[in-house]
Write a protein that binds this ligand. Structure first.
Ligand SMILES: [Zn+2]
Length: 240
């Protein structure tokens, strides 16, 4: 019985996010959204050939455009490296995913980090962590006719894949430029990732891309155990 509950809890941690990824992927097919994010791209990048654009875009997005939101914030009023405590208020998967409310235990001041699901809100605020970065960067690439999707490792990171010469290539706008393109083993080699499922999302389905990101496929299979959940995931995603 306990094992069944554990399995169900584990399954729901995946499936809870499916609606969010599906709604986000659907925004990649919305021409009005794409037209709008295309306006963000500096004109000098558009002058380059499509082949050179992706690396220039990665550089611009990380170093000039987007800001990183740290997990732990410090109080702007006390200014004494005092960490703030965090409360998370859940929202919905189509507009505001959740609000992170950081409160200083000493002076009571608050900083709120809204985690938007709407691409245009992320484009307006230009700040976030890997999910906001990958959602918006994916939209920008799609707006420039570089077909791009979202990937999540179900540990603590997400990134993009772009279709280049008919292959899906790893693209991560949050990484240093030297490793942000086509370095799929980066996380396992440098962050010691122990994958179970790495999933890629499109509006019409999900794909299990774990094999592309691991040099330890047998270990991944061991973690999955006898019951591989990919087919279950696919059915749930279709209904999301
Ligand atoms: Zn304070």
């Amino acid at each position: 019985m306990i094992m069944l509950i554990n399995n169900l809890n584990q399954l729901s941690s995946y499936t809870n996010t499916f609606t969010f990824y599906k709604r986000t992927s659907e925004q990649y097919n919305d021409q009005a959204i794409l037209d709008s994010v295309k306006q963000l791209v500096p004109e000098n990048i558009l002058k380059f050939s499509p082949n050179d654009r992706l690396k220039l875009l990665l550089n611009w997005f990380k170093n000039d455009f987007m800001k990183w939101m740290p997990k732990e914030l410090h109080c702007k009023i006390c200014d004494d490296n005092r960490s703030m405590s965090v409360q998370i208020i859940e929202g919905d998967s189509t507009t505001l995913r959740k609000n992170e409310i950081h409160t200083c235990d000493k002076c009571g001041s608050k900083q709120i980090f809204p985690r938007y699901a709407k691409i245009l809100k992320i484009a307006e605020t230009k700040i976030g962590r890997c999910s906001e970065w990958s959602i918006l960067f994916g939209a920008i690439l799609n707006s420039l006719s570089i077909q791009t999707r979202l990937v999540h490792d179900y540990l603590d990171h997400c990134w993009n894949e772009s279709l280049i010469n008919k292959s899906w290539i790893h693209v991560d706008s949050t990484l240093d430029n030297s490793v942000s393109f086509n370095n799929p083993y980066y996380y396992e080699q440098n962050w010691g990732k122990k994958y179970e499922y790495v999933l890629a999302f499109s509006a019409n389905g999900i794909e299990d891309v774990t094999k592309d990101y691991t040099e330890q496929w047998q270990m991944v299979q061991k973690r999955r155990g006898k019951k591989d959940k990919v087919e279950v995931f696919k059915r749930i995603y279709l209904r999301a």
